[in-house]
Design a protein around this ligand. Sequence first.
Ligand SMILES: Cc1ncc(COP(=O)(O)O)c(C=O)c1O
Length: 387
Amino acid sequence: MFASRTNWNLTENRLALALAEHRRDGRPLLDLTLSNPTEAGFAYDESTILSALQNSASLSYEPAPQGFLSAREAVANYYAGKNTHVSPGNLFLTTSTSEAYSYLFRLLCNPGDQVLIPSPSYPLFDFLAGLNDVRLVRYPLLYDHGWQLDFSSFERAITPRTRAAIVVHPNNPTGHYAKAEEQTQLSALCAKNNLALIADEVFLDFAIQGSPANSFAAQVGALTFVLSGLSKLCGLPQMKSAWVALSGPENLKHEARQRLEVIADSYLSMNAPVQHALPALLATRAQFQAQLLARVRANLAALDDQLSAQRNCSRLACEAGWNVVLRVPATRSDEDLALDLLREKNVLVHPGHFYDFSQDGFLVLSLITSEKDFAEGARRLLSFLSS
Ligand SMILES: Cc1ncc(COP(=O)(O)O)c(C=O)c1O
């Protein structure tokens, strides 16, 4: 009765099972995988957020496939603040970047067509691609004192069925930006090979040091779709509000816009209250980002302090985002290490393979965990590794 694309292996992995048991037994937990900003103890501007949702204009229905102009203008202003011109006419609102990925896969790919994704990266791509009958092909990222794109592997991964390449900027969990030269080169390579470029910039603003890198929305070589939204920029994933910004050659942009409009019109998934509220919600980002970045910087400093007092473990460079990658001795699988840490130390971390690290020896920690839990969790983790 069911489609083969939904024939998933739904058995939970060993860590998820152990965590469920841990919680059932009521055991304490230092969660160093926290990713939900609304559970991380940040202060939100409640009155602004709630009153923005009470607009009487929401009482009437105005179907708008691209999203309300007032909301798109607020998004265009967000880019103008970065000295990047994005016209409201080149913006489409979606309920999440996940929905945006689905729109783009439907726009660009026939069943079985391929999309390039970075490795390591964000684990949801497999599901999003599978749901849209798209095949993912990985292009490895290289680490040598910092992460970089391996352009020769990237080019080798392209086949006649490749339709698009995804870049996550900054990437999750590696926390590196595509450098200005890499952005230009990637855009040129995509243009040369007739590929669309999809840049996921949900973490763009979270530069740990210095200022955020430029958005791919400034690139004009390839047809480019920049994805972002309130989920990370404002720490408001519950508002289900994101967007796609188009840039690139005028003729391709025009055709993409027309086709995307039909896709968006078929669902009309954005609700009115959130669209009316979007300008006010987006304006709360400064307050949220300041708190989040203070947390990330404090946790990273505490980690570096603890790392400097031992020799078993180090961390990889990270420029931006909410996570840090630890390099640990590969004396057992990362999953076994995560299980042991949970059972013996009540500390939850993600093994690297969750994020597609191809070798053992990597753990991913969330830097948005409270300072107290993070410092204690890191202390237990490092003492466990030196015992
Ligand atoms: C790289 C990346 N893109 C997108 C998302 C999800 O964004 P949204 O809530 O808009 O679907 C995440 C969530 O962790 C992410 O890490």
